[in-house]
Design a protein around this ligand. Structure first.
Ligand code: FE2
Ligand code: FE2
Length: 308
C-alpha cells in the first residue's frame, strides 16, 4: 500500500496591495490544487519548498495571506521559505539578503522555518537552506539540527526525503568549481555556497537519504549523480526565462516498501490573467506602490516600516 506526498514549489502567490502583482501566478496554484482534489489517490501531505509569495520578504501581509489560503484546504501542508519569503543569498543589495529579522518574521507566521514529519514509512525533513553558508547566528543551530536528525534512526522510517529551496548542486554533489556571481550570476543565485553544499551533500550521502528535493530554479530535474537522487520541482507560477526548459507543474511522490516513485505533473490549466509591475530584484526606492490595486492602512504601515 503506497502513500502519496505532493511537492509544490515557487507558487509565488502575490498580492494586489503590492507594487507588482501577477494574478495569473496565484490562479495557477489554485488551479493546480483543483487538479489535486480530483486525484483518485489523495496526498497524505503537501510540501511547499519555498517562494510561497511574490515579495513576502518585505511584505509580512503576503506571508499571512498565503498561510490563510493554505489553511482553507483540507490537506496537511509543510512549508519552508524561499528567497522571496525570508531573503536569499542574492546580495547585490542587502534588501534581498536573508537576515535574522526576516527569518524571525517567517517563523512567527508559519511557526518555524523547518519541519520533520512521517508519511507512511518515509521520514520527511525540510529546512531553510539560505541559512547554510550565511554566517548568521541561525547557521550553527541549523547544522546541529540537521546532523542530529541525520543520526536519528527509527524502524518506522525505511525511506527519507529532505527538502530545501536552493539547487542541491550544479553538475556533481562534490564538485569543486567555485561559481562566482560575476562569472555566472544565475547559477550562483541558485546554488549554496560551495563549502556548505559539500557539507550538506556529505550528510545526505552518509545517511542514506533517498531523495534531496528543492525548487528555486523553476525548472524540473530528476537525476542521480554520485549516488544522490536529486529532484528539482518546477514552479506552478512562471518560467524564469524564455524559452522554457520545463513545463509548469509539481511533483508527486508515491512511497511504498519497494521505494519512491517520482512523477512530474504538468498544470492542465494555465491562467493568462494580466498583471502589473516589473520583475527581478527591485531596490526599495525603485518600487512604485502607486500601482497597487488595493491600499489599506495596515499594509501601508507594514510597507513603510520595511522600506525605511
Ligand atoms: Fe521562485
Ligand atoms: Fe527562489
Amino acid at each position: 500500500m503506497s502513500v502519496r506526498l505532493i511537492q509544490f514549489s515557487d507558487i509565488h502567490v502575490g498580492s494586489p496591495y503590492s507594487f507588482r502583482y501577477q494574478p495569473a501566478w496565484s490562479e495557477n496554484f489554485f488551479n493546480a490544487m483543483e487538479q489535486v482534489k480530483e486525484f483518485d489517490v489523495q496526498p497524505e501531505v503537501i510540501v511547499i519548498t519555498g517562494d510561497l509569495t511574490r515579495d513576502g520578504e518585505t511584505h509580512p501581509f503576503e506571508l499571512r495571506q498565503i498561510k490563510e489560503i493554505l489553511e482553507k484546504y483540507p490537506y496537511q501542508f509543510y512549508c519552508i521559505p524561499g528567497n522571496h519569503d525570508s531573503g536569499g543569498r542574492y546580495d547585490i543589495s542587502s534588501h534581498a539578503r536573508v537576515s535574522s529579522t526576516k527569518i524571525e518574521r517567517f517563523r512567527k507566521v508559519f511557526g518555524d522555518d523547518k519541519f520533520q514529519a512521517s508519511v507512511g514509512n518515509c521520514r520527511i525533513i525540510g529546512f531553510n537552506s539560505f541559512i547554510l553558508g550565511s554566517g548568521l547566528p541561525e547557521e550553527p543551530e541549523l547544522w546541529a539540527w540537521l546532523e542530529e536528525k541525520a543520526k536519528e534512526k527509527n524502524d518506522q522510517w525505511s525511506r527519507q526525503i529532505w527538502f530545501m529551496h536552493n539547487l542541491a548542486y550544479n553538475k556533481h554533489p562534490f564538485e569543486n568549481e567555485i561559481i562566482t556571481k560575476e562569472e555566472n550570476r544565475k547559477l550562483w543565485y541558485h546554488l549554496l555556497e560551495l563549502k556548505a553544499q559539500h557539507r550538506l551533500m556529505q550528510l545526505i550521502s552518509n545517511n542514506d537519504i533517498d531523495i534531496i528535493a528543492n525548487g528555486h530554479t523553476h525548472n524540473y530535474i530528476d537525476r542521480t549523480v554520485d549516488g544522490i537522487h536529486h529532484v528539482t520541482c518546477p514552479s506552478t507560477a512562471f518560467h524564469p526565462a524564455l524559452p522554457a526548459t520545463s513545463p509548469l507543474g509539481y511533483m508527486i511522490y508515491d512511497i511504498d516498501d519497494d521505494g519512491i516513485k517520482v512523477e512530474l505533473k504538468q498544470l492542465s490549466n494555465i491562467s493568462e490573467k494580466p498583471g502589473y509591475g516589473i520583475g527581478g530584484n527591485i531596490l526599495y526606492d525603485e518600487r512604485d506602490y502607486s500601482l497597487a490595486q488595493k491600499v489599506s492602512p495596515e499594509t501601508t504601515i507594514e510597507i513603510k516600516a520595511q522600506l525605511s
